[in-house]
Design a protein around this ligand. Structure first.
Ligand code: HEC
Ligand code: CU
Length: 383
């Protein structure tokens, strides 16, 4: 599968890129075990067929129930291979312990897996769906899941670990290859080549994050439900601490010049809302934001209100307080994960995507509606 994996790019490889301190050992161990297995498998399979033919019962001869055995031969083929098995165990156990023993002073990043995405916590209120780390420095991920079992896999690092609800798990790795930012010249070349190819971007040749970094893949390898395959993100390995810190700073909070609606949209895309809430009216795990702000909401309890700022805020911080009728109470709480300003921006954004903001479905006015609406409704009423 590895060999075929990159076939369309003409890039045949037995293993993906080798980008962490684990990779060489892992590949060696995997290669050794594969070769030992093949060395044993082939002669055994041939011998099986050969002896089956050679010792076939001749036609008409009686079927025998018993043949004698050869003690030295049986001892040899039992004890001999056990040395290989012990060898595999020793090397495997050593590799496993390496993966479980986090070096002192490792940088910590929090990870939360959820249906369907990842959020990394860089401390100081900075959350992002991308993993950004430093080259040649060990990084420890403290991992938890908000719903079901997921599993983090970074093939280029040969690192993989389950994320289990109700408990913390951890993994660590030390990247040895940086995923540097593309140069302006290369970006230009990519654009030119795309133009020459009639507007077709070659995704095998040019894969950048939106900040222009190359990346390694990170994805879920534990089948966790319908959109399991969407649980992929990027790992960017920075060359310098300054560069990493500049990236973290950029995502730490809304920059002064960014307007709230724009930032709200960024949060919608980055913080997992998009996975469960559409903005085009289509139903996903949760209701579409087109029908949230300013609309009549009916809850599972039978209660009904018109969605205002306080309701939206409550829905984000305490999703189970009021559960919209027809939906499961599966939204994770964002308490402590979104700042007041973040929530303000999300509300401003929700207002812009709401289909009939300010009106209930029946067309009656609500408090938040504008006086113009009230006027036109009054006119229709008198007609
Ligand atoms: C795992 C899926 C999921 C994610 C992720 C999620 N939500 Fe929800 N959300 C739901 C579901 C399901 C409901 C309806 C049930 C309820 O009210 O709790 C809901 C309800 C809401 C409501 C009330 C909607 C209404 O029309 O009455 C708001 C507002 C909301 N979510 C905002 C957000 C925001 C903002 C984010 C991202 C920061 C987010 N949600 C992330 C599943 C999700
Ligand atoms: Cu998953």
């Amino acid at each position: 599968m590895f060999v075929l994996g990159d076939a369309p790019a003409g890039d045949y490889a037995w293993f993906p890129e080798n980008a962490s301190t684990f990779a060489a050992d892992n590949d060696w161990l995997f290669g050794m075990i594969s070769i030992v297995c093949i060395i044993f498998f082939i002669p055994i399979a041939f011998a099986l067929f050969y002896f089956a033919l050679k010792y076939q019962k001749p036609k008409g001869a009686p079927a025998e129930s018993d043949t004698s055995h050869n003690t030295p031969l049986e001892l040899a083929w039992s004890i001999g291979p056990s040395f290989f098995l012990v060898g595999m165990f020793v090397f495997g156990a050593k590799a496993y312990l390496d993966h479980r023993t986090v070096p002192d002073g490792a940088n910590e990043v929090g990870l939360q897996g959820f249906k369907w995405g990842w959020t990394f916590n860089y401390g100081g209120g900075v959350y992002n769906p991308e993993l950004h780390i430093l080259i040649d420095e060990p990084t420890k991920l403290s991992m938890r899941s908000s719903d079901v079992i997921h599993s983090v896999f970074v093939p280029a690092f040969r690192a993989k670990k389950d994320v289990v609800p109700g408990r913390y798990n951890y993994m660590w790795f030390k990247p040895t290859v940086a995923t540097e930012k593309v140069s302006d010249a290369e970006l230009q070349a990519a654009i030119e080549a795309t133009k020459a190819a009639g507007g077709e971007w070659d995704h095998d040749r040019w894969q950048f994050t939106k900040d222009g970094y190359r990346f390694f893949d990170l994805y879920c390898t534990e089948y966790c439900g319908k959109n399991h395959s969407k649980m992929q993100t990027v790992v960017v390995v920075h060359e310098t601490l300054e560069d990493l810190n500049a990236w973290i700073e950029k995502y730490s909070k809304r920059q002064e010049e960014t307007n709230p609606v724009e930032y709200g949209e960024t949060l919608y895309n980055q913080r997992g809302c998009k996975g469960c809430h559409s903005i085009d009216g289509s139903k996903r795990v949760g209701p579409s934001f087109q029908e949230s702000f300013g609309n009549n909401r009916v809850f599972a309890s039978g209660e009904a209100i018109v969605a205002d700022e306080n309701y939206i805020r409550e829905s984000i911080l305490y999703p189970k307080a009021k559960v919209v009728a027809g939906y499961q109470p599966v939204m994770p709480s964002y308490k402590g994960q979104l700042s007041d300003d973040d929530i303000y921006c999300l509300i401003e954004y929700l207002k812009t995507v709401s289909a009939h903001s300010g009106k209930t479905e029946g067309g009656e006015n609500i408090e938040a509606s504008s006086s113009e609406d009230a006027l036109s409704d009054a006119e229709t009423a008198t007609e």
